[in-house]
Ligand binder design. Structure first.
Ligand SMILES: Cc1cc2nc3c(=O)[nH]c(=O)nc-3n(C[C@H](O)[C@H](O)[C@H](O)COP(=O)(O)OP(=O)(O)OC[C@H]3O[C@@H](n4cnc5c(N)ncnc54)[C@H](O)[C@@H]3O)c2cc1C
Length: 512
């Protein structure tokens, strides 16, 4: 039996893993987490993905309790600003497209040809809620969409059937602290010490780690959560890291935290604003905004990037410190090697444009539970884990490359180059197809990667990559039901905007 799990690293990845393993296996597995006081956490990672509610449900945690303790807010989608032309924006929501007579509302929007309302406004509820800065919950705490509320119990990504309408914004350090409390209360042994050496046994597997002050710590299974340094998986086991920089060249970020003490307004979305050599995130937490500029240092220096960021979000606030971060973009060829599994930044990272870092952690942990080893360390099971984890990352990589390729902006060397960048073979084919008709579940990246066809279409249409011959059959179908559905969606949006409290008001109630 594999009983003794050692996690090295106490960032979001380490504490999510420790908590989840305890929620899954309770005392049938012993977990030790070693965290260095000298090496700080990455200090960013504040926007998430709609699947994260499954993680908290699995742990049995109530949003009304943990969210206010982590300075949290709601995220109904991402607002993309200036990706086509200055002053323009559109949303990528957490919302599936409605269907009429077997065709999505996006097909109908294209076929009917009425462009008086942009695609995202005509086809999704989310835009109306975002523009009005509404909370996704009514004053009594109920969710604005029916049938999805309530805790699911021990639900996993595999059980995600309906699209949950929101994700969270939060202070990642507070989440790590909160989960540390949860994990320690369930028996996780916490060692605050630096791992100075990782010892391999006669097979070349990891035998134990040596800490500065607590001696050696042995284990059966080691989880590498040491962030970009990949202390166990890369530095010790020598697993190759495959860079994605040929297709996703952003390799640095600079982040600031801008206080918003007096504000009584809060946006229920992440904003991704195109900048001269990359893009900037704006993530509203309860009392401050997280902002960061993700860029390629081939096109702008760190000093110039910081200047551009400060001018955009913190003019005159030289007291706000900037955090400069080098990003390792890509993934390990294999994230599970021998008795070592890498989770978090040590496993893979694509840039944070669709907030998938914590989603990869959640997915990696769930797969680890699913393929949890026994003393045979079955290579077939390990290969299955590696395939699933690798494919999820590769799918997101492709989806992000699409963002740059489809964007209309071409006003700086960075954006000009984005149009010329090499495409993965799969994406080249998909973009060609999307030039003629909308994509569906059969024509997007074929393995689980968190995104559905509505996301691919929302980005393509939002970025102006519009099909030339969308569903000719629609010319022969009576459009009355589609017109009625567009009108119903609009009326629902207006009614919800009137009924829902503002995002700030609702969260202020939770924070009381
Ligand atoms: C610029 C940027 C923006 C991001 N934005 C988002 C976002 O919006 N949404 C999202 O989902 N994700 C985002 N991410 C990803 C997210 O931040 C990470 O996935 C998440 O924070 C997990 O990090 P981690 O725990 O793997 O690593 P880290 O936070 O780096 O933690 C590493 C841990 O390892 C420990 N450690 C290291 N060496 C040793 C040693 N020798 N001995 C003992 N302990 C050691 C450290 O003390 C620390 O506790 C972003 C990442 C970057 C770089």
């Amino acid at each position: 039996m594999i009983r003794n799990v050692v996690i090295v690293g106490g960032g979001t990845a380490g504490w999510m893993t420790a908590s989840y393993l305890k929620a899954a296996f309770a005392d049938r597995v012993d977990v030790t987490l070693i965290e260095s006081a000298q090496v700080s956490r990455i200090g960013v990672g504040e926007a998430t993905f709609s699947t994260l509610r499954h993680f908290f449900d699995y742990l049995g945690l109530d949003e009304a309790d943990w969210l206010p303790r982590c300075a949290g807010g709601y995220k109904l989608g991402i607002r993309f600003e200036n990706w086509n032309r200055p002053g323009e924006h559109f949303y990528h929501p957490f919302e599936r497209l409605r269907m009429v007579d077997g065709f999505s509302l996006a097909d109908w929007w294209l076929a009917l040809g009425d462009r008086s309302r942009p695609f995202d406004e005509a086809c999704f509820l989310t835009r109306a809620l975002c523009e009005a800065k509404r909370s996704p919950r009514m004053r009594d705490g109920s969710l604005f969409t029916t049938g999805l509320d309530g805790r699911l119990g021990r639900s996993t990504l595999d059980e995600q059937r309906a699209q949950f309408p929101y994700a969270y914004h939060f202070d990642a350090d507070e989440v790590a602290r909160y989960l540390a409390g949860y994990a320690k209360a369930r028996g996780v042994r916490h060692v605050v010490d630096n791992v100075a050496h990782v010892a391999r046994d006669e097979r070349g597997w990891i035998g134990h780690v040596v800490t500065d002050e607590h001696g050696t710590v042995a284990g059966d299974l080691f989880v590498d959560c040491t962030g970009f340094r990949g202390l166990l998986i890369n530095q010790t086991l020598g697993t190759p890291f495959e860079s994605f920089q040929d297709v996703l060249p952003n390799n640095r970020a600079v982040a600031v935290r801008v206080p918003r003490e007096d504000a009584t307004e809060m946006s229920p979305y992440t904003t991704a604003t195109a900048m001269s050599a990359g893009w900037m995130w704006t993530i509203p937490l309860f009392r401050r905004n997280g902002n960061g500029y993700v860029y390629s240092d081939e096109f702008i220096s760190p000093e110039e990037a910081e200047k551009e960021l400060r001018a955009a979000v913190a003019p005159g606030r030289d007291d706000v410190p900037a955090n400069h971060i080098r990003m390792r973009i890509g993934r390990n060829r294999e994230s599970w090697v021998h008795n070592c599994v890498a989770i978090g930044l040590s496993s893979a990272f694509v840039e944070p444009l669709e907030s998938t870092g914590i989603f990869f952690i959640q997915h990696g942990i769930e797969q680890l539970v699913r393929y949890f080893p026994d003393e045979r360390w079955d290579p077939v099971q390990i290969a299955a884990y590696n395939d699933r984890v690798g494919r999820a990352v590769d799918g997101v990589k492709e989806f992000l490359v699409l963002h740059y390729r489809a964007a209309q902006r071409e006003d700086t060397p960075y954006w000009k180059e984005a149009k010329r960048r090499r495409l993965t073979d799969g994406l080249a084919e998909r973009l060609e197809l999307a030039g003629s008709r909308l994509l569906d579940e059969e024509t997007i990246y074929p393995y689980y990667h968190g995104f559905e066809s509505y996301s691919w279409n929302a980005m393509n249409l939002g970025l102006g990559h519009v099909p030339t011959s969308p569903a000719p059959a629609l010319r022969h179908l009576d459009p009355a039901r589609a017109h009625a559905e567009f009108a119903r969606l609009r009326a629902e949006g207006e009614a919800l905007v009137a009924a829902l409290p503002s995002c700030y008001e609702y969260l202020a109630g939770l924070n009381d």
